[in-house]
Design a protein around this ligand. Structure first.
Ligand SMILES: *Cc1c(COP(=O)(O)O)cnc(C)c1O
Length: 446
């Protein structure tokens, strides 16, 4: 295969004729509940580029939603998966185990910021891993309730829909949801400012607000686990005020409640640390990973303190495909690439570049309410000029224009007014700058 040229190139209108034909076939064949962000069909991807079936080359500021962190079809991953596919594609780890699964667990135990002796278990999707983390916490504590937070996103299965905050599109019409799930207020500095400067900057105060709700509406004696994304993903790349997460963790430790960090989106170098919990200096009891773990092959994991992880009975955890050998080979190659190529540092460089650039844009444009995030997980919250009022319409227009001009970018946030940037760490500075030029150009049009 020839190497993919690292430049933006528009060969046709977006979508071109081949993509348009595929859109027609999709509409006739694929359930309409499955939507697409981009109106183009991919043919190849790598570095900072996705090429479509009409020969358009798009700048990738999405990484397939924070998945292809080391770069799409990353060379070590391609080689490892090809070799594994030639040897065997599946035996089921619960039937005839294989080394790759064990090796991935060893790396997870080595890399995750959980204290003491650790164990891991592998699954297929982020949602499935979150469900298993809750099962493990319930088996360990022999309690049932679970607390998640405002703006949280934990997946689309029944239990994880209950944990997820936003109704449309994730939950609307799909109830009833799993019981014994309760919601607490988050620390959301940009929006908490409305309720006073102290709440926006004092994470301990914001945590006490949440803990009052938890103590009064649930009670520690009933509570198995608190689950939280250290930086919220779909909810709007919300970085809680300093002190929020450590205060929650301390309360969990004091009250026999399992603290679960959902690092599905933030994990594996994405935020300029191997895991986002490291920025807060916290050691969760359980940590859930997926997305960036295996460069796009379906894999997820729960890693945690051995005494908690070993609580379920033998045979209580598992699944036909969990820790599939191809996905494990991909994960081992992904971890090797992150470490050998200095990708944690690369994420920090991307943060510096993006925040400097977006910060300058914000200084000239009072519709940019907030620029936030860490590493290569950076967001811009758009508002009506100089207010806190979310501007979802502007967000949609900016993204539509970016897509027409060959940049893949996504939105997020409860109010649909957050531009989120998740470039692969393999992207060049030139492509990143050009991608931001297109975003700036789009903002200037509306
Ligand atoms: C994407 C995501 C999930 C769900 O993962 P799936 O693989 O889509 O099931 C869970 N938690 C967070 C924080 C996520 O970003």
């Amino acid at each position: 295969m020839s190497t993919l040229e690292q430049s933006r190139h528009l060969a046709t209108e977006i979508p071109g004729p081949k993509s348009s034909a595929l859109i027609g076939r999709k509409d006739a064949a694929v359930a309409h509940g499955v939507g697409n962000t981009m109106p183009v069909y991919a043919s190849r991807a790598g570095g900072g580029i996705v090429e479509d079936v009409d020969g358009n080359r798009l700048i990738d500021l999405g990484s397939g939603i924070a998945v292809t962190t080391v770069g799409n079809a990353s060379p070590r991953v391609v080689e490892a998966v090809s070799a594994q596919a030639a040897d065997f594609t599946h035996t089921c780890f619960m039937v005839t185990p294989y080394e790759g699964y064990v090796a991935v667990c060893e790396h997870l135990n080595r890399l995750t910021p959980v204290a003491g002796e650790k164990r891991s278990a592998l699954f297929n999707s982020g949602s499935e891993a979150v469900e298993n983390a809750v099962k493990i916490a319930r088996a360990y504590t022999r309690k049932q309730a679970v607390v998640s937070f405002d703006h949280a996103y934990h997946g689309r299965t029944n239990l994880t829909m209950a944990l997820t905050a936003k109704s449309m599109p994730y939950k609307h019409g799909f109830g009833p949801f799993a019981p014994e799930v309760y919601r607490a207020p988050l620390s959301y500095p940009f929006r908490d400012a409305e309720f006073g400067k102290e709440l926006a900057t004092d994470g301990e105060l914001a945590a006490r607000r949440a803990l009052t709700v938890i103590e009064k509406q649930v009670g520690a004696d009933n509570l198995a686990a608190v689950i939280i994304e250290p930086i919220q993903g779909e909810g709007g790349f919300i970085v809680p005020a300093e002190g929020f997460l450590p205060t929650l963790l301390r309360w969990c430790r004091d009250n026999g409640v399992v603290f679960i960090a959902d690092e599905v989106q933030t994990g594996f170098a994405r935020t300029g640390a191997m895991f986002a919990c490291e920025h807060e200096g916290i050691d969760p009891d359980l940590i859930v990973t997926a997305k960036g773990i295996a460069d796009g092959l379906p894999l997820s994991a729960v890693t945690g303190r051995a005494e908690i992880m070993d609580a379920p009975h033998v045979g209580g955890l598992g699944g036909t495909y969990g820790g599939n050998p191809l996905a494990c080979a991909a994960a081992l190659a992904t971890i090797e690439t992150i470490e050998a190529d200095g990708m944690v540092e690369r994420a920090r460089q991307i943060e510096a570049l993006m925040k400097e650039r977006l910060g300058r844009m914000q200084a000239d444009d009072d519709r940019i309410g907030d620029v936030r995030g860490r590493g290569a997980m950076i967001a811009v919250e758009l508002v009506k000029s100089g207010t806190l009022e979310p501007d979802a319409e502007l967000t949609k227009k900016v993204l539509g224009d970016a897509h027409q001009n060959g940049v893949i970018a996504l939105s997020c946030g409860t109010f649909g007014n957050v531009l989120r940037f998740l470039p692969p760490l393999a992207i060049s500075d030139d492509l990143l700058n050009e991608g931001l030029d297109v975003i700036a150009g789009a903002l200037a049009k509306f």
